[in-house]
Design a protein. Structure first.
Length: 82
């Protein structure tokens, strides 16, 4: 069955790539840790929660605290303890 026959939008409106669903919450944790490591690469220092917020990094500092328990815990899991 051709589902396009049920689409009332003009051709070309929804021709983008399909949205990729995440496999698990672990993927989001890995993305957050990668963002922390990217911060270090860009700025050359370990991020503080205040610096993270000030630079507008994603995910938000609050999300990091919620997922890892604390911002310091996230830094430790990213290999930046100390």
């Amino acid at each position: 069955m051709d589902l396009s026959s049920h689409n009332t939008n003009p051709p070309g409106v929804f021709d983008a790539a399909p949205y990729e669903l995440r496999d698990s919450p672990d993927d989001r944790d890995e993305e957050a840790l990668a963002s922390i490591q990217a911060f270090v690469e860009e700025f050359g220092v370990r991020p503080t929660s205040q610096a993270w917020t000030a630079t507008g990094m994603n995910p938000s500092e609050r999300t990091i605290r919620r997922r890892f328990g604390s911002f310091r815990s996230a830094l430790a899991q990213a290999g930046l303890a100390g």
